[in-house]
Design a protein around this ligand. Structure first.
Ligand code: ADE
Ligand code: ZN
Length: 343
C-alpha cells in the first residue's frame, strides 16, 4: 500500500515517458468506436470482452501473442482523423498523469501491411502532435518503428520515406517479434537513419538473449535500448551500459505479460539501476498493461525502489530523452519543493 506522500509524489511529479507505442495504446473504448465507424469487426464488442480475449492470448503466447493482439486492434484505424484521434487521446491521458513530454513510437509498418498509405497515417500524427501541445501542453516526440520481421529492403524503404517527415520524426526504433529477427538484420536501415541524423534506439533483450543487446549497440550504434531485460545475465554488458550511459527504457508490466520477466519482485530494473545502468520506466502499451502512474506505484510498492531511486528513474526519462532536457530545471525544482513541503 502506498502512503499519501508517495501518491502525491507519483501523481503530481512532472513526468516524461520514453517508450510507448501509438498502435498498441489505442484506448479500447475508442478502438471499439472506430471499429463500428469503419466496419472493422474486433474479436469482442465490449472493453471487458477485449480484455478477456487479450489475456488468453498473452498467457498462451507471450510477445508473439501480444503482437497478434496489437495488429488486430490497430486494424480499426483507417483515416487520417482516426490516427489523429488516437494520439490526441494519448495526449489527454498524458496530461491527466502530469506527463509533460512523451516519446511515442509510431509503428507505421503495422498500418502499411493493411494497405494504408504512409501520408494518411503520418498526416494524422502530424496534426495531433501540434494539437497535443496546443490543447494539452504535452510535447510529443516521434520515434519511427521498424517492424523487424520485415525484410531489410522493406525496412530500408521505410527509412528512406521518413526523409519527407524529418520535421516531425526525431528517432528510429525497431520492434515487433524479436526471436528469429536479430538486430543485425537491419544494419542497413540504421546506417541510413544515422546519416539522416535520427536518434537511434531498438527493442532488444526483451524475449531474446543479451547477444541482441550487444548487436544493437555494436552493429546498429543505438544510444538507447528498449527493454534490455536480458542484460541482467551479463555483468560485462551491465558495465558497458553504465560506462556508456545507455538508457534502458524498461516497461515492467509489459515485461511480465510478454514473459520477459517472471514477476515484479524479480524484474531486473532495480538491480540494473543499482549497478549504475541508466533506467527509465514506461508503459509500452497501456491498455494492455497499466498507465505510467501505476507503473511508478508498482515500482515503489512491489519492485523495491526507494523514493530516491524512483525520482532518479523519473529524472532519467528527461535526462536521457531526445529533446526533453529543457524540463530538467522544472523537474528538479518540483522535487526540491516536494521534499521540503512533505518532510
Ligand atoms: N510493439 C509494441 N509493444 C511491443 C513490445 N513490448 N515489444 C515489441 N514490439 C512491441
Ligand atoms: Zn515497446
Amino acid at each position: 500500500m502506498l502512503t499519501t506522500r508517495q501518491m502525491k509524489l507519483i501523481v503530481n511529479m512532472p513526468k516524461a515517458e520514453n517508450h510507448i507505442h501509438i498502435e498498441g495504446s489505442i484506448p479500447w473504448d475508442l478502438a471499439l468506436e472506430l471499429g463500428r465507424k469503419n466496419g472493422v469487426k474486433l474479436p469482442a464488442d465490449t472493453v471487458e470482452g477485449l480484455r478477456q480475449w487479450v489475456e488468453g492470448i498473452l498467457k498462451a503466447d507471450g510477445l508473439n501473442g501480444f503482437m497478434l493482439c496489437d495488429r488486430t486492434i490497430n486494424s480499426v484505424c483507417i483515416t487520417k482523423e482516426d490516427y489523429e484521434a488516437v494520439v490526441l487521446a494519448l495526449a489527454k491521458d498524458a496530461r491527466r498523469q502530469n506527463v509533460v513530454y512523451q516519446e511515442l513510437h509510431l509503428d507505421y509498418p503495422l498500418n502499411e501491411e493493411r494497405g494504408i498509405p504512409m501520408e494518411v497515417v503520418m498526416e494524422g500524427y502530424r496534426s495531433a502532435q501540434k494539437k497535443a501541445k496546443e490543447q494539452y501542453g504535452v510535447e510529443i516526440v516521434y520515434i519511427a518503428g521498424l517492424d523487424r520481421t520485415l525484410s531489410p529492403e522493406q525496412c530500408e524503404r521505410f527509412v528512406k520515406n521518413l526523409e519527407g517527415y524529418r520535421d516531425m520524426v526525431d528517432g528510429l526504433g525497431m520492434d515487433c517479434e524479436e526471436k528469429g529477427h536479430p538486430c543485425i538484420k537491419h544494419q542497413g536501415s540504421y546506417r541510413l537513419a544515422e546519416d539522416m541524423g535520427l536518434f537511434l534506439t531498438a527493442h532488444a533483450g526483451e524475449d531474446d538473449g543479451a547477444y541482441n543487446i550487444w548487436d544493437a549497440i555494436q552493429t546498429l550504434h543505438v544510444s538507447r535500448i528498449d527493454h534490455g531485460c536480458q542484460s541482467i545475465h551479463e555483468p560485462e554488458l551491465l558495465k558497458y551500459l553504465k560506462e556508456h550511459e545507455i538508457l534502458c527504457a524498461m516497461c515492467p508490466t509489459s515485461n511480465i505479460w510478454t514473459g520477459a520477466a517472471r514477476n515484479y519482485e524479480e524484474h531486473p530494473a532495480v538491480t540494473m539501476m543499482r549497478a549504475g545502468v541508466p533506467v527509465s520506466i514506461s508503459s509500452d502499451d497501456p491498455p494492455y498493461m497499466v498507465d505510467l502512474v501505476q507503473e511508478y506505484a508498482i515500482a515503489l510498492d512491489e519492485m523495491h525502489f526507494t523514493e530516491d531511486e524512483l525520482i532518479r528513474t523519473a529524472r532519467n526519462a528527461f535526462a536521457y530523452s531526445i529533446k526533453g532536457q529543457k524540463y530538467l530545471e522544472q523537474f528538479d525544482a518540483w522535487v526540491e519543493a516536494f521534499k521540503k513541503n512533505e518532510a
